[in-house]
Design a protein around this ligand. Structure first.
Ligand code: ADP
Ligand code: ADP
Length: 233
């Protein structure tokens, strides 16, 4: 359902071009948890950010559910982005807003639901991630794992079909990492959500990914099921 066709990305820095992604073909099936692993600078974030059009490809096309997302006008792009949630290593919560208001933010921006509908949706999301009792707290009052649960609730608020995770557990201790991975696993199955995640930890790949792509210096150097790529003799 996510298809990269000969996608190439170069950044212009000063007068120079830096290739972040060599021309690459990639298919991520619907409902999978797809991992991207590789060293810093390999091109993982670039690839991820191409999926929600935070970056535009220099050439090539990207299809999501057969729609070419490189050719969307502003209104179509807004609608498309509501279908793609994202969570981050450092959570990116607004510190001056309560947990409930952080989760409500994308719904308010979308401007499609009434206040009472937003309140009900936020309540449902906080219940799903186990934070009902923390709705009126501020991010600074929460643990790292709780903050990432807020991030997940916010990312799911607009009912996306894709969730992008940029090193979402890298700032968490091993036990909390396990809990967040379990939550991602559960919502993947409950919502038939396609999850694309970046990590530098093999363990994260082994624990929840169906498929993995190994990146190095702007190339996908290996790709396949986790058992094919990592567990064969
Ligand atoms: P990773 O996520 O694997 O660390 P990135 O996609 O962030 O890799 O980076 C790939 C390459 O592109 C690196 O050489 C990086 O310095 C470069 N790069 C990433 N973002 C930018 C940018 N906004 N401007 C210029 N160069 C960038
Ligand atoms: P505004 O900030 O626009 O005046 P409100 O004060 O009614 O709106 O609430 C802010 C947002 O936070 C609302 O969208 C509401 O859904 C959400 N919200 C506030 N309190 C709770 C709560 N206890 N449980 C769930 N959602 C809440």
């Amino acid at each position: 359902m996510i298809q990269f066709k000969h996608v190439h990305k170069a950044y212009k820095v000063g007068g120079r071009e830096i290739t972040a992604l060599e021309p690459c073909d990639l298919q991520i099936p619907e409902g999978q948890i797809f991992g991207l692993i590789g060293h810093s600078g390999a091109g993982k974030s670039t690839l991820l950010r191409l999926i929600n059009r935070l970056e535009e490809p220099t050439s090539g096309s990207i299809l999501v559910k057969d729609q070419d997302i490189t050719a969307l006008d502003a209104a179509a792009l807004r609608r498309f982005r509501q279908g793609v949630g994202m969570i981050f290593q450092h959570f990116n919560l607004l510190s001056s807003k309560t947990v409930a208001d952080n989760v409500a933010m994308p719904l308010k921006l979308a401007n499609e639901l009434s206040k009472s509908q937003i309140r009900a949706r936020v309540h449902q999301l906080l219940e799903r991630v186990g934070l009902t009792d923390h709705a009126q707290k501020y991010p600074a009052q929460l643990s790292g794992g709780q903050k990432q649960r807020v991030g997940i609730a916010r990312a799911l608020s607009t009912n996306p079909s894709i969730l992008l995770c940029d090193e979402a557990t890298s700032a968490l201790d091993p036990q909390t990492t396990g809990q967040v991975l379990q939550l991602l696993n559960e919502i993947n199955r409950e919502l038939n959500l396609t999850i694309v995640l970046i990590t530098h930890e093999m363990d994260v790949i082994r624990r929840i990914c169906d498929q993995v792509a190994v990146m190095d210096a702007g190339r996908i150097v290996e790709q396949g099921s986790v058992s094919e790529v990592f567990l064969h003799p």
